[in-house]
Design a binder for this molecule. Structure first.
Ligand code: IMP
Length: 437
């Protein structure tokens, strides 16, 4: 069903999370990958957690959570690429590949999994720096996943980073590690952080490099060739537009370009016509710190968390839950260039008497705005439109016309307020629990 979406699409399709991640991108990518030749991660690292539920008919049935390996890996014919915009913890990647293989899913480096030689490496030192950064920020902490993402991207910008191609070039690796150790050890010791042991890191990373060697390639060249040959490429966004370093709720963002823009710089593909599908839940969630205008603190929020099983798939942290925010979705839709929405978790809203949509914000000076502000988001008050809820279970519904009238009206109000059509609606975690319009 969802796959048909892709078949009629341009050869390149980008899937991005519209708010703060966790919108259910894994399931959507899994569907679309049925018709894709390539699935490409273009940003983030193993801070992401993409959950797939494979059907009972497969020997690999059940839930699988991927962090770094693209979601197309569960499809036999798909080539999966970790693009240059991703930051890779090589030790984690080796473990994740082993985990996927243990599930009976074939992973062959050089065949169905390629890693850009330009992708930057996350070191153990970056994880220590991440934890330390959060500690010294105290009340201003971001609530990172603690995976070393920010420090690895900072080193990339500071031009002291290590790239995946360095892991299989011993001279480069040693030289780069010595340079990084010189810089970091000068301040790690004084602030009480464990220093970098160059020899130990060299041994560990060379070993990981050997294990990954067959997959470390010029992935941009592979993709450009594929595109020229008319192959179908699916860009798998990680996190969401409001966690984008530049367009998101700065500074409570991740350190990569999580919106569509990152799909070009993060892969080496040129910005020709590309179709963008925005994934958004039928309500809003956020993990970590930062402003969240429609957040629910009381019993309703807790009920939403339980109904939607809203716990982080990477860190297990309870997700903050709130009502659907059409101001934020309209903004992210514009920033990402989304051509349509996939609305996920509509089934989770079963049994709520009233469903609320934020349609504007009241600013601290009392005025109203429908624009998503770059500052003072924590001080805005959402203005809601209330709609009646539905009591029916939606999990078996497969046609929009068969949805209860109140559920249909809720979806239509979202479309009207955001200007984006929800062409696909997900009503459960399984591959087939989808309504296609
Ligand atoms: P970092 O990416 O670990 O530096 O974390 C920065 C912010 O992004 C924190 O608020 C995290 O909770 C959030 N974050 C990072 N990755 C994800 C994700 O995949 N889903 C949801 N939130 C994420």
């Amino acid at each position: 069903m969802l796959a048909a979406l892709f078949r009629c699409a341009m050869p390149t399709t980008c899937v991005v999370g519209i708010l703060w991640g966790d919108e259910g991108k894994g399931k959507v990518i899994d569907y679309l990958a049925a018709d894709a030749d390539f699935v490409v991660r273009f940003g983030g690292g193993h801070n992401a957690g993409h959950t797939l539920v494979l059907p009972d008919s497969l020997p690999t049935a059940g839930k699988i959570v991927l962090h770094l390996v693209p979601s197309g890996i569960v499809r036999e014919h798909t080539v999966n690429i970790i693009g240059n915009g991703v930051v890779v913890d090589p030790l984690h990647l080796c473990r994740e590949i082993a985990m996927v293989q243990e599930r009976g899913i074939p992973v062959e480096l050089g065949r169905n999994l390629l890693i850009s030689e330009r992708a930057h490496v996350i070191l153990a030192a970056h994880r220590r720096q991440d934890a330390w950064g959060e500690q010294v920020r105290s009340s201003g902490r971001i609530g990172t996943t603690g995976r070393g993402i920010g420090p690895a991207y900072s080193d990339r910008c500071a031009r002291v980073g290590l790239r995946m191609g360095d892991l299989i070039r011993p001279d480069n690796l040693r030289r780069a590690l010595q340079g990084i150790a010189e810089q970091k050890n000068a301040w790690f010791g004084p602030v009480g952080l464990e220093s970098i042991d160059v020899e130990q890191q060299f041994a560990e990373l060379s070993e990981a490099g050997e294990r990954l060697r067959a997959g470390i390639v010029d992935a941009g060249a592979v993709l450009r060739r594929a595109r020229n040959d008319g192959r179908r490429i699916l860009m798998e966004g990680a996190q969401g537009c409001l966690l984008d370093l530049e367009q998101g709720t700065y500074p409570f963002v991740t350190s990569s370009h999580a919106s569509t823009g990152g799909s070009f710089s993060g892969t080496g593909l040129p910005p020709h016509a590309m179709r963008t599908i925005g994934i958004v839940k039928a309500y809003a969630t956020r993990v970590g710190e930062g402003p969240f205008p429609t957040e629910l603190h009381g019993e309703v929020g807790e009920r939403l968390r339980k109904a939607g099983n809203e716990y982080g798939s990477t860190t297990g942290r309870p997700r903050r839950c709130g009502w659907f925010d059409t101001v934020a979705v309209r903004y992210s839709g514009a920033v990402s260039g989304a051509d349509e929405l996939v609305l996920t978790n509509l089934d989770v809203l079963q049994g709520f008497d009233t469903l609320r949509l934020a349609v504007a914000y009241r600013l601290p000076d009392g005025s109203l705005t429908e624009q998503f502000p770059a500052f003072d988001l924590e001080r805005v008050e959402p203005v809601f439109e209330d709609l009646p809820g539905f009591t029916e279970n939606l999990r078996e519904v497969r046609r929009f016309e068969d949805l209860p009238a109140n559920a249909r009206a809720y979806v239509q109000a979202i479309e009207q307020r955001t200007g984006l059509q929800a062409r696909t609606i997900s009503v459960g975690p399984g591959r087939d629990q989808v309504i296609k319009r």
